[in-house]
Write a protein that binds this ligand. Structure first.
Ligand code: HSE
Length: 290
């Protein structure tokens, strides 16, 4: 049996739209075993237990990249990453499927090749890159070649995933964005994004607080999360910093204090008892064969 462990990921981090992504300590697993039938899938909604399943599709793409016939396979999913909440649930599927195929046929694809394949499936690298490599990554695509540079996030930083009991579709969250932006806004974003990566390395909360303020997607997307204003107020009253994780609906709080992280969860739970909340740290390892 081959078992793949993949961390949840939080993309964008405010000003790093479609570029920055962070791996966090919440994990999902997919196991691959030989099977008498073409495909058996367990551990997900029955409507995804077929060849349209994204893990299987990525497994097939991995086999094709390795120039191997697709074997009969049983896929067992143990998923802890909430679906369509901006925590990389589809990146988990893509990375698990590709790495499952790679492990099945002797691990001949390296991480750079896995990242290129994963980005082809996912469409953008900001979630799949940290899912593969861990840490904080800044990615860009040069023709078909995806490149990521990694940043070691300061260990003093804590991340609190505040997960609403409703989804935001990435498709809708992308379609509401303007088609163009001004030079002035582009310059603002570049300066802030570069400063933000340094602030994460330093664990400089004051710098994170100003550098993370986005003008490219959060002002538009916050309207898709009806509880955004109150959640932001609760986090800021606890001296935390809030950004929309990926395309939402998860709101990620950042703090440099253990107790503050727990207080944010307690206060959020008072107003939003149906929300899930996880106190997380950075995953530095990325996906592994366990
Ligand atoms: N960067 C993507 C977005 C992440 O914000 O639309 C969602 O998968």
């Amino acid at each position: 049996m081959i078992k793949i462990k993949v961390p949840a990921t939080s993309a964008n981090l405010g000003v790093g739209f479609d570029c920055l992504g962070l791996a966090v300590s919440l994990y999902s697993y997919a196991s691959f075993t030989e099977n008498s039938e073409k495909l058996t899938i367990t551990g997900c909604d029955p409507k995804y237990q077929n060849t349209d399943n994204l893990i299987y599709q990525a497994f097939v793409k991995g086999c094709q990249a390795l120039e191997q016939d697709v074997p009969n396979v049983k896929i067992t999913i143990e998923n802890q990453i909430p679906i369509s909440r901006g925590l990389g649930s589809s990146a988990f599927c893509v990375v698990a499927g590709l790495m499952g195929a790679n492990a099945w046929f002797g691990n001949t694809l390296n991480k750079e090749q896995l990242l290129d394949l994963a980005t082809q499936i996912e469409g953008h690298p900001d979630n799949v890159s940290p899912a593969i490599y861990g840490q904080l990554g800044a990615s860009f695509i040069d023709h078909q070649d995806v490149q990521t540079v990694h940043f070691q996030v300061h260990p003093s930083l804590h991340f609190v995933a505040l997960i609403p009991d409703y989804q935001v579709s990435t498709e809708q969250a992308r379609s509401i964005l303007p088609k163009e932006m001004s030079y002035q806004t582009a310059i603002y974003q570049i300066g802030h994004a570069v400063a933000l990566t340094k602030a994460f390395e330093l664990g400089d909360l004051e710098l994170i607080k100003t550098a993370i303020i986005d003008k490219m997607h959060e002002p538009f997307r916050s309207k898709l999360i009806p509880d955004y204003p109150l959640a932001k107020k609760i986090v800021e009253e606890n001296s935390g910093i809030l950004y929309i994780s990926g395309s939402g609906s998860t709101l990620m709080a950042i703090t440099n204090d253990n107790h503050t992280a727990d207080n944010i969860i307690a206060d959020i739970k008072k107003d939003f008892p149906a929300w899930e909340a996880h106190h997380l740290t950075v995953d530095n390892q990325g996906a592994t064969v366990v």
